[in-house]
Design a protein around this ligand. Structure first.
Ligand SMILES: NC(=O)c1ccc[n+]([C@@H]2O[C@H](COP(=O)([O-])OP(=O)(O)OC[C@H]3O[C@@H](n4cnc5c(N)ncnc54)[C@H](O)[C@@H]3O)[C@@H](O)[C@H]2O)c1
Ligand SMILES: O=P(O)(O)OC[C@H](O)CO
Length: 358
């Protein structure tokens, strides 16, 4: 089985009939975005600007943040320059209410806080809903990717599960820079219909059936971006970075091929593209966090310095535990784990790692 189906091209002026057909699949049901960070804000922007004008509701924890958005139409803390054309009546910190009023739920809460956000939600609340994860992290303790977590813990069938991946930073969505997303699901119709929701002048959508592989790759690349940042912070140059990332994609391939062996092309943008943007972009949270570690910040002080979440910090611990079962060779991830969780010297760990890279 191949990992990806043909891309749905949503560029304006091309494949307009296909676009219209997919929009019909979406219907006019409400879509709820769950999470008030940068990615949730970017998703609200994309959905609420759609030519079809789909109804969007939005959950976030903080009432002050909600009050500000209601008053000024902007998120005070994330992507604050973006005007949000969202119906202000539909922003709430009551998750059960938001979920009950929507047919499609798009989750963008960092994985580390997902269980806490869902603490009052029961499997029945998600019954019949389409559940989409835009999260790129492992659920701590369970050590599961998010799609798997919704399937196992909430009984959401794979026919109603999809994930959003691809090299797409919220900050560039805010600037309406052309970006590519991949919607992965075992259910082709669902993937196409979620793809139609995300269709925008500046968003190109691909669809894939590799729900496991794309999600694992999206989580792992955050760890490699931390490694990239650490090396930059230590003073390694572009020559070394290129070798690091070339080795990183091989680590990703070894891992996804072992945990979910299907025929996939790791060079596609949902895998290699996502790694590249996170490892090199000025907008990368994980690279920024790693850079601070390389420069000598402690984990705590680097986290405090950032108002944003570096998912790779949490992911590397889960990966370390998952990989006990598989024993896959992942020297870069091991070095990041040793630096962040064993307090090993970044300089010594990267020096030792450099001898293992090719
Ligand atoms: N930012 C992006 O460009 C981007 C792109 C694709 C996927 N993602 C994924 O989206 C998810 C959300 O990331 P983001 O970039 O929106 O986050 P962010 O770093 O912009 O914002 C942090 C978010 O974490 C929340 N948070 C912080 N502490 C919390 C706590 N104790 N309990 C509950 N929530 C808490 C904040 O309210 C905020 O919503 C992540 O899994 C990330 O990997 C982000
Ligand atoms: O690219 P980063 O480091 O900002 O990570 C956030 C998301 O995982 C981006 O895909």
């Amino acid at each position: 089985m191949s990992g990806s189906w043909s891309g749905l091209n949503y560029f304006p002026g091309k494949n307009k009939q296909l676009q219209a057909a997919n929009r019909e699949i979406v219907e006019k049901s409400t879509t709820a975005v769950i999470g008030g960070g940068s990615w949730g804000t970017a998703i609200v922007k994309i959905l609420s600007e759609a030519p079809g004008g789909y109804p969007v509701s939005w959950w976030m924890r903080n009432q002050d943040q909600i009050n500000h958005i209601v008053k000024f139409g902007r998120n005070p803390w994330y992507l604050s320059s973006v005007d949000l054309d969202v119906d202000r009546k539909h922003i709430s910190n009551d998750l059960r209410k938001v979920i009950s009023g929507a047919e499609t739920l798009i989750f963008s809460v960092p994985a580390a806080f997902l269980k806490d956000a869902l603490k009052d939600i029961r499997p029945e609340d998600l019954q019949g809903k389409r559940v989409v994860s835009a999260i790129k992290g492992f659920v701590p303790d369970d050590n599961m990717i998010v799609g798997e977590f919704f399937n196992k813990e909430f009984g959401v069938p794979f026919s109603r599960l999809a994930v959003v991946t691809g090299p797409c930073h919220a900050e560039e969505v805010a600037l309406e820079k052309l970006s590519y997303l991949t919607i992965a699901s075992k259910n082709r119709t669902l993937a196409r219909s979620i793809g139609a929701l995300f269709s925008a002048r500046y968003i190109h959508v691909n669809v894939s059936d590799d729900i496991y592989g794309t999600e694992y790759a999206a989580v792992l690349k955050n760890i490699f971006a931390i490694a990239s940042g650490i090396c930059h912070g230590l003073g390694y140059g572009d020559n070394f970075q290129a070798v690091l990332i070339a080795n990183a994609i091989q680590e990703i391939k070894r891992f996804v091929d072992a945990v979910h062996p299907i025929d996939r092309d790791i060079k596609e943008s949902a895998y290699l593209g996502d790694l590249l943007v996170t490892a090199y972009s000025q907008f990368s949270r994980n690279r920024t966090f790693g850079n601070m570690i390389g420069k000598g910040y402690s984990v705590k002080s680097a986290q405090m310095e950032m108002n944003m979440i570096a998912e790779g910090y949490f992911a590397v611990k889960c990966l370390y535990e998952i990989n006990r079962q598989y024993g896959i060779s992942m020297p870069i991830c091991e070095a990041v784990y040793a630096i962040l969780y064993k307090n090993n010297s970044p300089a010594a760990e990267i020096r030792a790692l450099s001898g293992k890279l090719k």
